[in-house]
Write a protein that binds this ligand. Structure first.
Ligand code: GCW
Length: 684
């Protein structure tokens, strides 16, 4: 059904007036030299399905160059195969790995990839144009900004998903890889259309049993169904696997990364995996963080730990994505303690020690996927290392699919941030693509956590975040509004009023959520101990997690200055350090991230800190009330099933935003005793 969420943005729904275009569209599809499970073969199938779905046009699919009269055709394949069959292209495009050339000029639509994967991307691009009613003539080449365009799926072996909001795993159940690969294949199809090239299928809090003989075979089956879509499979490793009982593998008494028996163990396991999955993408590693074992357990460095895997993978061409999310529990009674310092403290001294096939995977902010964070200073602190940004599509701290929050504007505060390394332009997006520090490797990792739910993520609208994630991984400068317009057309059709409403509504969601959950850089004031859902400001302090507010009766905020505070602002290059170290030059929206101030401190916007807290929490909740009406205005313009499903969520969000507002304003009113100038808060 059109309403079926499984197709996501790949619905190929009929467009109005489709008949008009039928004659000018291809009747023949040439998927050049495609073997049955290759991406070019899939591209041919998608083109056939898409032209049929969007225009009701029946095409014939061929796999070799031929003559079919004067009828228009589309040729999809690699540049090399095209050149062999048709001769050199007049204006040969400059393509790098995974790039493609698309021309819709003349009788032959050309979709030519640098490799097969690129050709498939090009087919999806052409279909995306057509599905949006765009039949104009275009001719252009496009290339990826970076080679690492991965998703991470925090799937446990028992089929549960850590921070997943869409049901059980599509990959695992009862300790093993599932038998039915239908959903894995469908997921690969969606991901390849947004040019993702690898999926890490298991949780970073990993389990050694993934490496059993039976599960390696299972990983192979996942890889087999994803390969035709140009998607490689990667896995997360449990660092202490050599000392765990794993079916089919030796059991050692140490996991010391410098112990020769451990080196051999990982070399052997890696060989077994590559025997079954010759194109495995690589390993993702969370070590010495949140209770996970790692090299530090043996007084080895994180680099020694990362290089253990890098050396095992190197002969096979695999990558190690080594997470920078490393921190220890800390004591709040020490004023200078700061979890935000951990990543630079751990990794900066190791810059230059990581092997070439290691990529340091850095969460966008120094803490943990909060509603707003400054860009992680680590992006500028390890110029000799490859880096990737870690974004979170699964909205762990952002409403868990019960609130809608369109995330690209948040991500862009980091991607577009200029860290001014060596007083030169150093945009985070130019660092992760390798451009700024001349690195071949780099890119993006998105924590998606899809599940068996028919919407994939737990709500229809949340798919706009996954769609935009892929687009940004390809081109981190892509525009939040344009991506959303495209996604809306593909998902809900071409009605301009639907598109306008979706854009207005979506772009207001993140600022509203920030306002009712925690503004001024205090971060999401949620329940930090267990659920990460709903307000619980008191849980933020007196814990060892280090996401503190340090709020008391008169003051609030983390003093991260160099002189009196934790010194975190000094982790940035000098220009940025100076900006954040000084109260006067710190933007209001990060004030409490960097400074411990009186509730009565006056902001740049003229309000006091406490009054702004009150005002913005009211404003955010008020905005969330308007989302209900905006959504209701779509009634009859989109299908009833998705309309009703999302309406329920918007009503919940409206109510829960008031719960948020009241919990936060009352908490700080009680703590500070300072009345609300507008007399909304407390008893009066
Ligand atoms: O945000 C925290 C999550 C944990 C997660 C961890 C991480 C997978 O609450 O559930 O563990 O981050 O990113 O490793």
């Amino acid at each position: 059904a059109a309403e079926n969420g499984l197709a996501g943005w790949l619905r190929y729904a009929p467009i109005p007036g489709a008949e008009r275009y039928r004659a000018q569209l291809p009747s023949h599809i040439v998927a050049l030299n495609a073997t049955a499970t290759s991406p070019v073969y899939v591209a041919g199938q998608e083109l056939e399905k898409g032209l049929q779905g969007i225009f009701g046009k029946q095409c014939t699919v061929h796999h070799a160059h031929g003559h079919w009269g004067a009828a228009p055709q589309v040729v999809v394949g690699t540049v090399d195969e095209y050149t062999k069959a048709y001769g050199a292209l007049a204006d040969a495009p400059e393509l790098i790995e995974d790039g493609f050339w698309l021309s819709t000029k003349g009788q032959t639509v050309q979709i030519l990839g640098q490799n097969e994967r690129g050709a498939l991307y090009g087919a999806f691009e052409y279909l995306s144009m057509l599905a949006q009613g765009n039949v104009t003539e275009v001719a252009y080449a496009t290339n990826p900004a970076a080679p690492v365009r991965w998703t991470n799926e925090w799937n446990n072996m028992d089929g549960s998903i850590e921070r997943g909001y869409a049901g059980a795993s599509i990959f695992f159940a009862n300790g093993v890889v599932v038998a039915n690969m239908t959903r894995a294949a469908e997921y690969a199809r969606l991901l390849s259309s947004i040019r993702i090239n690898a999926v890490v299928i298991n949780n970073v809090n990993a389990n050694a049993t993934l490496l059993s003989t039976q599960n390696i075979e299972g990983i192979g089956r996942v890889a087999d169904v994803m390969r035709p879509y140009g998607i490689q499979v990667g896995i997360s490793l449990y660092f202490a696997s050599p000392t765990s009982a794993v079916q089919g593998q030796q059991n050692l008494t140490t996991f010391d990364p410098l112990d020769p028996s451990v080196v051999t163990w990982w070399t052997n396991v890696t060989e077994k995996i590559y025997e079954r999955v010759p194109d495995m993408a690589g390993y993702l590693v969370k070590a010495n963080s949140e209770g996970q074992p790692g090299p530090i357990t043996y007084n080895r460095t994180l680099a020694e730990g990362a290089n253990l895997f890098a050396k095992a993978l190197q002969p096979h061409g695999g990558l190690v994505l080594f997470r920078a999310f490393v921190y220890n529990p800390i004591n709040e009674s020490v004023w200078k303690n700061d979890r935000a310092n951990a990543a630079v403290d751990f990794f900066q001294p190791l810059d230059g020690e990581f092997d070439d096939n290691v990529v340091i995977q850095i969460k966008y902010g120094p803490i943990d996927f909060q509603v707003r964070e400054p860009a992680s200073p680590l992006f500028a602190a390890i110029p000799k290392s490859n880096v990737a940004i870690e974004l979170q599509i699964t909205p762990e701290y952002l409403g868990q699919q019960c609130h809608h929050v369109y995330l690209p504007p948040l991500w862009k505060t980091v991607l577009d941030f200029d860290l001014r390394k060596d007083n030169e332009s150093s945009l985070v997006r130019d660092i992760i693509t390798g451009k700024r520090f001349n690195k071949k490797l780099g890119g993006s990792a998105g924590v998606v956590n899809v599940g068996t739910n028919q919407t994939w993520l737990g709500s229809h609208l949340s798919m706009s975040n996954l769609y935009a994630y892929g687009r940004l991984a390809w081109n981190p400068s892509d525009d939040s509004t344009v991506m959303l317009q495209d996604w809306t057309r593909l998902t809900f059709g071409l009605n301009p009023s639907v598109i306008d409403t979706m854009v207005q509504f979506s772009l207001e969601t993140w600022p509203a959520y920030e306002n009712y959950s925690g503004n001024l850089g205090i971060q999401t004031l949620t329940d930090i101990l267990y659920t990460h859902f709903g307000p619980n400001p008191q849980s933020q302090d007196n814990n060892t997690w280090g996401q503190w507010t340090r709020a008391d009766g008169t003051q609030i905020g983390m003093d991260r200055t160099i002189g009196n505070g934790t010194g975190f602002s000094g982790q940035y290059p000098p220009e940025i350090a100076a900006m954040y170290d000084n109260l006067a030059s710190t933007p209001d929206n990060l004030l409490l991230w960097f400074h411990h101030v009186n509730y009565t401190t006056v902001l740049k916007n003229g309000a006091t800190v406490i009054q702004d807290f009150y005002d913005q929490h009211y404003a955010g909740a008020a905005t969330a009330q308007t989302f209900v009406g905006m959504w209701q205005s779509l009634q009859g313009k989109i299908d009833t099933e998705r309309f009703t499903d999302q309406l329920f969520r918007q009503v919940f969000q409206a109510g829960h935003s008031i719960v948020w507002r009241d919990a936060i304003v009352n908490f700080y009113h009680n703590l500070s005793g300072i009345p609300d100038e507008a007399k909304r808060v407390g008893s009066h």
